[in-house]
Design a protein around this ligand. Structure first.
Ligand code: G6Q
Length: 551
């Protein structure tokens, strides 16, 4: 069980409050005062460079943040997770996505049973399957090779694979990958327009195999398929399932032999390392998929050894510094890579579903701010849009910039420009532009005195906006594994300090229940039955309008 420590009762919390109040020097001034700052506040590790020198921190503040981690017993929490304790207490489950990428194959015990043989067995099954599809040994019902893979799943059974397939597109085979998640028919219909049934492999991905959206899309896809290929037996060749629920998979009509298992100790949003990652393996091949696991495993080992001193822990503590001592409400993640265009959306779920909690582990409401609003878009696109608010808005928004040094493609010119922008933005956010600098610029432009006076206030940038830079030497599956795992551990460590449970998601479960009575009501009305449920006035009004218009 995780310890239940109120972070606000620690000595470090009180010190941090004082330090935040006393802070007089800007980041720019801190750089001027200390030439070794960039070296002191950066970590070079396993082909990546984590620069956190552009933050409102000094040695004393970092020491106090580390003390906070110590007083909240972060290392103890990390150890309990790796040991397979049921740290997801509200669901009485262990949290072992780390076992899925345990490339050392060291024993990982739950209830005295080693999980690794089962994990490896499923990985082997995935590898055999993906190789046979990629190499054309496994064909569709009419003897054609698969050209399309359609993954039907939502939330944790969608966002990870979507993000990773996009992130590693440069290394993909020539099949096309589609992801259908929304129950809005448009998502499925527009996908089906692009494919031919006889060339398509459907993956129905659902941990529970009961999720409304996924089951609805899966049924419709099945019906569509049978309209194209009028042969029930062809289903076995074109539909596979990824789930923990064998009974429901069988009931749906998928042969258990075409099912890839995972386990209840894998949370949905932490499941891309499991069979949920099957589309990723199909896209990049089993060897590259194993590299992805290796990258994440390397971070796991780093966290195990370094604990609260690890990179994810530093990321977590910096987040807490702004979230709890400067009232920052959000956190921007800005990858300078088109391949990472879905990374912020993926992270939104990973972070906000994990740490969007207001109850402590002791079951009493928190009295402090927990998980931030996570958002972002790739650079440089964002620069031409919302960066205005980062530079001159009224909100404090810490930023993570992400990039890799070696270009994936040959044209160095594009990449140089991309990296120049990556560097320029973090620099500008920190330095800002003083009145003096802005005035000099305007005068150099040859503006008249009265124009300078008029326009000057709008040209000033306060600066002192904090950011981290995560810079990889190169880009590939290994690095993506590292990147995701860095954030996973960051999220966990923040949850440990905030004294919340990061691995349940009752808010999401609520969403799964809410629509049911309304849908029942709609069906009842369509069948001419009397209303059975009383809704609030607004819902009743909206519902009857929908029904009137649908008649
Ligand atoms: C993830 C959440 C949630 C879940 C989806 C899909 O951590 O629990 O996003 O992944 O609701 O659930 P199924 O995989 O059971 O369909």
């Amino acid at each position: 069980m995780l310890k239940k420590i109120d972070p606000t009762k620690t000595n470090a919390w009180a010190s941090l409050h004082e330090l935040a109040g006393e802070q007089a020097q800007t980041i720019k001034e801190l750089f001027k005062a200390d030439r070794s700052r960039a070296k002191q506040f950066s970590v070079e590790w396993d082909g990546l460079f984590f620069d956190y020198s552009k933050h409102r921190i000094d040695e004393e503040i970092m020491d106090a943040l580390m003390d906070l981690a110590k007083e909240c017993e972060v290392n103890d929490g990390i150890e309990r997770m790796f040991k397979g304790e049921a740290i997801n207490e509200t669901e009485d489950r262990a949290v072992l996505h780390v076992a899925l990428r345990n490339r050392s194959n060291r024993k990982t015990l739950v209830g005295g049973v080693d999980l690794m043989p089962e994990v490896n067995e499923v990985l082997d099954q995935m590898a055999r399957f993906s190789t046979s599809v990629r190499e054309g040994d496994r064909l569709g019902a009419t003897g054609k090779r698969f050209k399309h893979v359609v993954n039907i799943g939502i939330g944790g059974s969608d966002l990870g694979p979507v993000m990773a397939v996009e992130a590693l597109k440069a290394f993909q085979c020539n099949m096309r990958f589609h992801f259908v998640s929304n129950v809005d028919e448009a998502h499925l219909v527009e996908t089906l327009k692009q494919i031919k049934a006889e060339e398509t492999l459907f993956i129905i991905a659902s941990k529970t195999f009961t999720t409304q959206e996924t089951m609805t899309n899966a049924q419709s896809a099945r019906e569509w398929f049978l309209q194209q290929i009028e042969d029930e037996e062809a289903i076995a060749k074109h539909f596979v399932a990824v789930s923990t629920n064998e009974a429901a998979v069988t009931a749906f009509g998928i042969d258990p032999g075409n099912m890839f298992r995972f386990w209840d100790w894998v949370g949905g949003r932490y499941s891309l390392w499991s069979a949920i990652g099957l589309p990723i393996m199909l896209a990049i091949g089993d060897q590259a998929f194993f590299k992805l696991l290796e990258g994440a495993h390397a971070v796991d080992e780093h966290v195990k050894v370094k604990g609260s001193q690890s990179i994810p822990s530093i990321m977590a503590l910096l987040g807490i510094w702004y979230n709890n001592f400067f009232e920052a409400e959000s956190h921007a993640v800005l990858p300078y890579s088109q391949y990472l265009s879905r990374f912020p959306a993926y992270l939104q779920q990973a972070d906000m579903e994990s740490n969007g909690k207001s109850m402590t582990r002791a079951g009493v409401p928190v009295r402090y701010s927990t998980g931030p609003i996570v958002w972002g878009e790739p650079g440089t696109n964002g620069q031409h849009a919302f960066y205005q608010l980062l530079h001159q808005g009224t909100k404090l928004i810490p930023v993570d910039f992400i990039a890799y040094i070696k270009p994936v493609h040959g044209n160095g010119d594009h990449h140089q420009k991309l990296l120049a922008n990556f560097l320029a933005q973090s620099q500008a956010l920190m330095q800002g532009k003083s009145v003096k600098e802005a005035e000099k610029e305007l005068r150099n432009e040859g503006l008249k005195e009265e124009e300078v006076v008029k326009i000057l206030p709008f040209k000033v940038f306060e600066g002192n906006n904090p950011s981290s830079s995560i810079l990889f030497d190169e880009w590939g599956a290994y690095q993506l594994g590292q990147l995701i795992a860095l954030y996973e551990h960051k999220i966990f460590i923040q949850g440990l300090i905030w004294n919340i449970y990061s691995f349940d998601q009752w808010g999401v479960e609520l969403g799964k229940q809410l629509a049911a009575p309304i849908l029942d009501e709609m069906t009842a009305k369509r069948n001419g039955s009397a209303s059975s449920v009383r809704f609030d006035g607004s819902t009743t009004e909206l519902l009857s309008r929908i029904q009137r218009k649908l008649k």
